[in-house]
Write a protein that binds this ligand. Structure first.
Ligand SMILES: [Zn+2]
Length: 285
């Protein structure tokens, strides 16, 4: 009887697994990739909004009107070209020397003041924001959670089928991270990063910013990290290595991005952010 029950629960879980995969696939915008999606959009947006409120509560929001204005200007210009007018976009500049930036589901964007000098100008900032916004639009966070959920389901299947007793089953569950918050802490996969680079580059170009500045931004970031020394690599760079590989891949996307740029209102690199120069519409040779 026990055996039959075990087999049956195993069957139910497999059925749950198969229907989850079959019913839980969506297509990412811009790249048309099929992705596993077990998290519904409503839950995802709520998680994003909750997390954003938490972060803002713990942060010091910048009172610098000029810098906040630039962040919102660049942010909105990216938001407009994503086609997600249903998102409740928010852009906040956070007083924090650590160079970092993020975008949560639903268009909740945070920029640390520490990244502004590396962004250098509006186009550099649009490269960061385009990339981060792309993660949100392509639902990479929810995709990663879905993958973890699938692995957890697979682990549960294994626990039910293989675990001879409660202790063994617990062991298998633990090994698969069932019920753990691992999904929230892991960095994005390389393929998610590549996709965000591609989409972000198209967004910045469509918004009118010279996409070639993206390459210069990554180079500046790599230099910043080298100067800081190995032990103090900023979090953003540790999850977004600005290595030769990344730069080369961005090179491969440039022709497409430049086509978008040609069709745009062409703002060049925009206004200098940190310097004394407030030149506008600087065209890059
Ligand atoms: Zn990224």
């Amino acid at each position: 009887m026990r055996k039959i029950f075990k087999a049956f629960s195993g069957f139910l879980l497999s059925a749950a697994l198969i229907s989850a995969i079959a019913g839980g696939c969506v297509t990412t915008p811009e790249t048309g990739r099929t992705q596993l999606m077990l998290l519904d959009a409503r839950t995802e947006l709520k998680l994003g909004a909750d997390a954003y409120r938490d972060i803002l509560k713990k942060s010091k929001i910048s009172q610098d009107r000029r810098l906040t204005g630039i962040v919102r200007k660049v942010g909105w210009s990216i938001a407009r070209v994503t086609g997600r007018s249903d998102y409740k976009w928010e852009f906040n500049l956070i007083e924090n020397k650590t160079p970092n930036a993020f975008a949560l589901p639903g268009g909740k964007v945070g920029i640390n003041t520490g990244i502004l000098s590396i962004a250098k100008n509006e186009a550099g900032l649009s490269a960061v924001m385009g990339h981060e916004v792309a993660h949100a639009i392509a639902r990479h966070g929810a995709e990663r959670m879905s993958q973890s959920l699938l692995i957890a389901l697979g682990g549960e299947l294994l626990a039910q089928g293989m675990g001879q007793n409660q202790r063994q089953r617990q062991g298998i569950r633990a090994a698969y991270g069932i019920g753990s918050a691992v999904a929230f802490t892991l960095p994005f996969s390389r393929s998610n990063e590549l996709e965000a680079d591609y989409m972000g580059l198209l967004y910045m170009a469509r918004a009118g910013y010279d996409p070639r500045e993206a390459k210069r931004f990554w180079a500046r970031f790599a230099r910043y990290s080298r100067e800081k020394g190995k032990n103090s690599t900023p979090e953003f760079l540790s999850t977004h290595p600005a290595d030769a590989n990344r730069i080369r891949q961005i090179d491969g996307m440039m022709a497409q991005a430049l086509k978008e740029y040609e069709r745009s209102g062409k703002l060049g690199v925009g206004e200098e952010i940190m310097g004394t120069s407030k030149k506008r519409f600087v065209e890059v040779p």
